[in-house]
Ligand binder design. Structure first.
Ligand code: SAH
Length: 270
């Protein structure tokens, strides 16, 4: 069998939303096979615990407003490690393909002849709606999902196509949006989206300190301010995230058990 990470190559690996159990099996194997692991601030502590003791680990963390390595230095570090013949894993929070600066790293490494592969991960939006028992799409109602960011540099205005975004038949998954929650809500309502459109705010999705609030568009800013501390948070807006009540004691209901027996009996005859 060929080696998972040949020396001198780089794998960009999705670390998922934080819970190490949400890592792919491939990601776990790659972490185990690496000589060096570069990781973001958003990679969960439980995932970092999977890095073997003898493996070099280098934080290249980037968090809004805090000092961190710039993208050019990260590109150079990856390149230097690969050119030194290391088996390189670059762990990124969530899915590398979503707001992950993946293309920059791939281009930089390709330009120098370094092979790069990508292992996908579970993105924050998927983890957030899963925690809420909701979906990103809704048959008939939400036929599209927009993965977007509402991050702006200090002093810049949030300049988005609000008319296009205010679409009741699609779901908005807003990354890096907690500071802009108020602007997002005001602009979407102005552009015609219902003030009572369901909205979800999830901080630290999938982690033990997860905080989740189900709210509505006109209360998004208040809910965000109340729910979010200093962790990563995602906003999801649209009919697909309408709040649902979890049954009190799942599995304990006679009705359900009988229904299941019927289904099992029926399928046994098929
Ligand atoms: N590639 C990542 C996104 C990176 S951008 C992914 O696919 O999830 C960083 C933003 O992702 C954060 O500002 C936040 O909006 C969101 N995010 C990442 N992890 C999160 C988590 N565990 N809970 C809530 N939001 C998260």
């Amino acid at each position: 069998m060929s080696e998972l990470i040949p020396p001198g190559t780089v794998w960009l690996v999705g670390a998922g939303p934080g819970d190490p159990d949400l890592l792919t099996r491939k990601a776990e194997k790659l972490i185990a096979a690496a000589d060096v692991v570069f990781y973001d601030a958003l990679v969960g502590p439980g995932v970092l615990d999977l890095i073997p003791a003898g493996t070099q680990r280098i934080s290249v963390g980037k968090r809004a407003g805090r000092h961190s390595k710039d993208q050019a230095s990260i590109n150079d570090l990856l390149l230097a490690a690969a050119q030194a013949g290391k088996r390189v894993v670059r762990l990124k929070g969530g899915d590398p393909a979503i707001f992950g600066r993946t293309t920059e790293e791939v281009d930089h490494l390709f330009a120098q002849g370094v092979p790069v592969k990508i292992c996908p991960g579970i993105t924050a939006a998927s983890a957030a709606v899963a925690s809420a028992g909701a979906s990103l799409t809704l048959r008939g109602n939400a036929r599209a999902v927009t993965f977007m960011t509402a991050h702006v540099r200090a002093g810049e205005k949030l300049d988005l196509d609000w008319a296009a975004l205010a679409d009741a038949r699609s779901t908005l998954a807003i990354y890096m949006g907690k500071a802009a929650a108020r602007d997002v809500a005001i602009n979407l309502i102005k552009a015609g989206l219902g003030a009572d459109t369901p909205a979800l705010v999830v901080e630290n999705a999938s982690l033990q300190n997860e905080r989740l609030v189900q709210t509505r568009l006109d209360l998004l800013a208040v809910a965000t301010a109340a729910a979010v501390t200093d962790g990563p948070a995602i906003l999801v807006i649209g009919d697909a995230v309408r709040g649902r009540k979890q049954p009190a004691a799942p599995g304990d209901s006679t009705v359900h058990k009988n229904a299941w027996k019927k289904i099992a009996a029926a399928s046994a005859h098929e």
